[in-house]
Design a protein around this ligand. Structure first.
Ligand code: DX5
Ligand code: ZN
Length: 229
């Protein structure tokens, strides 16, 4: 069965003075991606739960909250209470991954685990059965507009194999450097939920860019395997 391809524009690339307008521009997308950074885990400081709450009041799209913070064990409830629909936590930051993932799910919110570019897929062996989403970082966390790291492609294939071996099919999300130049290879390698910041909000017509990325992704999903020929 061909995967449905979903696009999650990241508001890290938005001019916050026009946030409501920008959220309106992307109402054809599948999620709004909100990058929470704490200035400790990441060399950048961004949004907290109040931004999640504000977005909840401005869009009907589900909110994909990406926690790049050193203490998700303690603060995950803030983001659930603020209206997150999907919360992803970094493997590198969580002390009790099983507990956090199952807590998020017990609250009726989708739960995902994120791996940094240098964290291998095998670290998911004992959590893959429990997650709704796995997200692979294809840039180092911190900023929009960075170049896609090619090593993400073999990791995606390894992740698909791991999922197959466990008989599970979480959403496979990729974050960083997604654009018309990269989306086909990323989908071909197994992704079905694509975050895009600068590609969408840097475009003259963000709504058209969301459509373009989804169409390119769907085409790549339909012909998986042939891109490698
Ligand atoms: C990076 C963030 C990404 C970022 C993606 O740490 O997690 O979500 O906004 O931006 P682009 O798509 O411009 O690489
Ligand atoms: Zn992100």
């Amino acid at each position: 069965m061909t995967d449905r391809i979903m696009i999650a524009p990241s508001i890290l690339s938005v001019n916050l003075g026009h946030l409501a307008h920008s959220l309106d521009d992307i109402k054809g997308a599948d999620y709004v991606h909100i990058d929470v950074m704490d200035g400790h885990f990441t060399p950048n400081l961004t949004f907290g739960p109040e931004m999640v709450r504000a977005c909840k009041g401005m869009t009907d799209l589900p909110l994909d909250v990406h926690l790049m913070i050193t203490n998700p064990d303690e603060t995950v409830p803030w983001y659930i209470e603020a209206g997150a629909d999907l919360i992803t936590v970094h493997y590198e930051t969580v002390s009790h991954l099983n507990r956090v993932v199952n807590y998020i799910k017990a609250c009726g919110v989708k739960a995902g685990v994120v791996l940094n570019p240098s964290t291998p897929v095998c670290m998911l062996e004992n959590i893959i059965d429990d997650v709704d989403v796995v997200m692979l970082m294809s840039v180092n966390p911190g900023f929009s507009g960075q170049s896609f790291i090619e090593g993400t492609l073999p990791k995606l294939r390894a992740l698909r194999e791991l999922c197959g071996a466990h008989g599970v099919s979480p959403l496979i999300e990729v974050d960083g450097g997604i654009s018309p130049a990269t989306i086909e290879r990323v989908v071909d390698a197994g992704a079905n939920l694509l975050v895009a910041g600068s590609a969408v909000f840097g475009a003259d017509d963000p709504a058209a860019m969301v459509e373009k990325l989804r169409t390119m992704g769907e085409r790549a999903a339909a012909s998986r395997g042939s891109l490698r020929a």
